[in-house]
Design a protein around this ligand. Structure first.
Ligand code: BG6
Length: 496
């Protein structure tokens, strides 16, 4: 479906996010005919650039990061595309610049016949969101005839208090339904597929509860360290960087009840109910017993020596920030009572992977099979990244043997199919925002509830710096994370 005709304002247009994700996403949408012919992009940043220089930047970003290449015999198409890109130097502290921007936007709107719809994408540090929002309104940018939408990136605050403050600033200008808070994991193909797998298959939905599921494991593993983001990361840590948002969002998709209607508010209502049902850790002992935090030290990976976290650029050499956490959490509702959700994420792990493993309860050891065979539990594995697909592990007799069972994987690898070229998360999300579909954006009550859950953990960690465990770069995290499951008679299933 073609997105509505609009002007897209990219604040932070010379930054990393715009270069790696936003321009390539806009180009892919264009190539796939999902953008209206009547669109324009206005790049905004502090630095001086001419329109031509900006268009060159856009071209090189797309050449480097887009799944479509602009110059494979498509020069004319490229020229037509890039004609829609404008650039304005803007100091967001000065209201005059916003007034000029408004006048300029009206010219652009005339040229491309857009009906006054304006989408403001803030690829900026969150502390600037409030100022930009108020200058947008004071500068007259929200007075055009069409709709106005604000798209913002994480981190949405540092804790519940700061998130509330941020939210209040934005809400002075925009209504909740005009705010699109990005969690790019919700734009991933297989994360969106979770709903369909669950609610569209008679194989799964009847079993999707504590009567049949033994435990659920969610792994968000990364091989990279903190790269050039040490300054930000050292303040945030894994719990805030990945836990409060991506991890809990994935958990809600796995655990939510079917919505009564497939409309954004009903879906988000169900998600927020899961977050409210998360069992809050009652005491510091509770946190210590259920949550493990770790930091990577130096290590060798495939013959390459990697520095420890404390040696990374812009990281405090005595830093106590976690680059890994694992937790056992419970969703205290009728469906999930008693089923542990084991979640873990970390930097410098052996594999880049996002994967959900649903482990089913073992079959009763009945006389016929139990005595003869060693039965493994059935697994449903949802692979989100970098492989996309699902597989199911079942028990079957090993051919030619009498008493041996072989776990058999029935594998559907979506990304292996020839011609499958899944859209990037940002393509989906930009398109949805322009369409006014907020299903895969986080609503304020989700953000707030996730922060209250995470804040309790962070508060205990702050009082107990000695709770930090260490793991060498390239390993699967501190051993305590394995003990967490062993105590329950489980283990982390190896990821692929
Ligand atoms: C970001 C985090 O939100 O997600 C990064 O800030 C992390 O630290 C990234 O590397 C992971 O995203 P993906 O899509 O590569 O799994």
């Amino acid at each position: 479906m073609q997105a509505s005709s609009a002007v897209f304002f990219i604040f932070g247009a010379t930054g990393d996010l715009a270069r790696r994700k936003l321009f390539p996403a806009i180009y892919s949408l264009y190539r796939e005919g999902k953008l209206s012919d009547h669109f324009a992009v206005i790049g905004l940043a502090r630095s001086q650039r001419t329109r031509e220089q900006f268009r060159e930047d856009v071209l090189s970003s797309i050449e480097e990061f887009c799944r479509y290449k602009p110059c494979d015999g498509k020069h004319e198409e490229w020229a037509e595309f890039v004609r829609h890109f404008e650039y304005k130097t803007l100091d967001i502290n000065h209201i005059d610049g916003f007034r000029e921007l408004n006048a300029f936007t009206e010219e652009v709107e005339n040229e491309f016949s857009t009906p006054g719809n304006r989408l403001f994408y803030l690829a900026l540090a969150p502390e600037l969101f409030g100022r930009v929002s108020s200058h947008l309104t004071e500068g007259g940018l929200l007075e055009s005839a069409g709709w106005h939408r604000l798209v913002i990136e994480k981190p949405f605050g540092y804790d519940l208090g700061s998130a509330k403050q941020l939210n209040e600033q934005i809400r002075e200008v925009f209504r909740e339904e005009e705010i699109y808070r990005i969690d790019h994991y919700l734009g991933k193909e297989m994360v969106q597929n979770i709903e369909v797998i669950r609610f569209g298959n008679a194989f799964f939905e009847p079993l999707w509860n504590n009567k049949h599921i033994s435990n659920i494991q969610i792994t968000l593993g990364e091989t990279v360290g903190v790269e050039e983001r040490g300054g930000y990361y050292d303040q945030a840590g894994a719990l805030r960087d990945m836990g409060q948002n991506h991890m809990l969002q994935m958990l809600t998709m796995i655990a939510m009840e079917p919505p009564s209607r497939l409309v954004p508010e009903d879906i988000r209502d169900e998600k927020v109910k899961v977050l409210r049902s998360l069992r809050a850790f009652a005491s510091s002992e509770d946190v210590s017993a259920n949550v493990v935090r770790g930091q990577y030290t130096e290590g060798d990976v495939k013959g390459i020596h990697l520095p420890g976290y404390r040696q990374e650029d812009k990281v405090d050499p005595d830093s106590n920030t976690e680059t890994y956490f694992a937790a056992r959490v419970f969703v205290d509702n009728f469906r999930w009572a008693g089923v542990p959700f084991y979640i873990r994420t970390g930097k410098r792990l052996p594999v880049k992977t996002t994967e959900v493993v649903v482990e089913f309860k073992s079959m009763p050891n009945n006389v016929y099979l139990g005595q003869k065979y060693k039965l493994e539990p059935n697994l449903l594995v949802i692979r989100v990244n970098p492989m996309e697909g699902i597989y199911i592990k079942i028990n079957a007799k090993k051919p030619g043997t009498d008493s041996e069972i072989e776990p058999l994987a029935m594998d559907f690898c979506q990304s292996c199919m020839i011609g499958i070229n899944s859209p990037e998360a940002y393509e989906r999300l930009i398109h949805d925002a322009a369409e006014g579909d907020s299903t895969y954006f986080t609503r304020w009550d989700e953000v707030a509830t996730a922060w209250s859950f995470v804040d309790r953990i962070a508060a205990v960690w702050q009082e107990q710096p000695e709770s930090l465990a260490y793991y060498p770069a390239g390993s699967w995290g501190p051993s305590a994370a394995h003990n967490l499951l062993e105590q329950d008679g489980h283990h982390w299933w190896p990821v692929n």
